[in-house]
Design a protein around this ligand. Structure first.
Ligand SMILES: Nc1nc2c(ncn2[C@@H]2O[C@H](COP(=O)(O)OP(=O)(O)O)[C@@H](O)[C@H]2O)c(=O)[nH]1
Ligand SMILES: [Mg+2]
Length: 331
């Protein structure tokens, strides 16, 4: 969809392109953000602007607090699967053990803190799709790896750990939330409709881990009191496997994507082929963009089998698709 941008927007864009310092770039970008009409047609431009503003703000703040221990991009993790979910939490809460149970990754698991020193990705199977999980070093009041800021920006959602084998579980998990906030990372249940573009909000579920501990039930009550209705809660044990199926589903749901199959004209759906995933509520045109970036502009119509249509009904670019629809794209 075309976005009509006012002339002031293009002026600010020109100043952004000419700017040589991060501070000048940021001023121009913030101006563009204010001017940009905020509606569905401009969603992609909004996302691009937000990412640039957030990156520049992070960069300036990191320059203020001294050089990074690791160069930017060192831990850039190529995205794979239906989405990327980061594992965040205090030390020793079972993040790495959970990664090893849900994926084929083999992170080091140990009974002492700070075993994990860099991001470790793994692929989690969920039904007919895969989700990328990224294990991270712990976050405490005194320990924060600056690359956590970068890796969380690349993520679609987070699992925040709470330890049911530790009386200080809720307090330590609160520290993680507070420390991330300092780095302009806001863990939330639902993304706000409009927020400060310098802050990166990440949809989050809480995993109350080590539910096999003998005092887990009592601690769970305290944890629920601390949590209130701030985040969805899943209770699990990597040790016994209890709750892990619920956790897989909650992780997939946190991505807010739907699965859609494609088929060729005149041919049946390949039942073994994995579906494409795209954001819930996507139109035919947006879905076509998830299949191939060129298709979003090119697609003219589609035939759809699934929800709210008669089998094989021909629909236009703006038709909204549903989970498990089968789509034949006509370009
Ligand atoms: N009882 C119990 N212990 C666990 C569970 N998950 C992890 N642990 C133990 O907790 C310690 C820390 O685990 P690890 O995965 O390294 O935690 P991380 O620092 O959060 O990555 C290890 O000794 C694990 O064996 C669990 O579900 N139940
Ligand atoms: Mg670990």
């Amino acid at each position: 969809m075309a976005v009509n941008l006012p002339p002031q927007y293009h002026d600010a864009d020109a100043r952004y392109k000419k700017a040589t310092t991060a501070a000048d770039k940021l001023v121009a970008l913030r101006e563009m953000w204010v001017i940009l009409p905020k509606h569905k047609a401009s969603e992609k431009v909004q996302m691009l602007l937000k990412t640039k503003i957030s990156e520049l703000t992070d960069q300036m703040e990191q320059e203020k607090t001294g050089p990074k221990k690791t160069a930017p991009g060192t831990f850039k993790i190529p995205r794979q699967g239906a989405g990327t979910v980061v594992l965040l939490g205090p030390p020793n809460t079972g993040k790495s053990m959970l990664l090893s149970k849900l994926t084929k990754a083999k992170p080091e698991v140990a009974a002492y803190p700070f075993t994990t020193r860099e991001p470790i990705p793994g692929m989690m199977d969920f039904e007919n799709v895969r989700v990328q999980l990224v294990d991270l070093p712990p976050v405490t009041a005194d320990h924060y790896d600056s690359f956590v800021t970068d890796v969380t920006r690349g993520a679609d959602a987070a699992v925040l750990f709470l330890d049911l084998a530790n009386d200080d579980g809720p307090a330590e998990t609160q520290v993680v939330l507070d420390r991330l906030k300092l780095a302009r990372r806001e863990l939330v249940k639902e993304l706000p409709a409009e927020d400060d573009p310098a802050t990166y909000s990440l949809r989050t579920i809480v995993a109350a881990a080590k539910s096999d501990d003998e005092a887990a039930d009592i601690r769970l009550e305290m944890a629920k009191e601390w949590l209130g209705d701030r985040f969805p809660l899943v209770v699990a044990s990597a040790e016994t496997g209890a709750g892990l199926d619920d956790l897989r589903k909650a992780i997939f749901d946190s991505l807010r994507v739907m699965r859609v199959q494609t088929k060729q004209p005149g041919k049946p759906v390949d039942p073994t082929g994995p579906p494409f995933t795209c954001p819930v509520g996507s139109t035919v045109a947006e879905f076509a963009g998830c299949v191939h970036s060129d298709f979003e502009e090119k697609v003219k119509s589609a035939r759809v089998w699934g929800t709210g249509v008669t089998d094989g009904q021909t629909v236009g670019r703006d038709h909204v698709l549903h989970e498990n629809d089968v789509v034949e794209l006509h370009v």
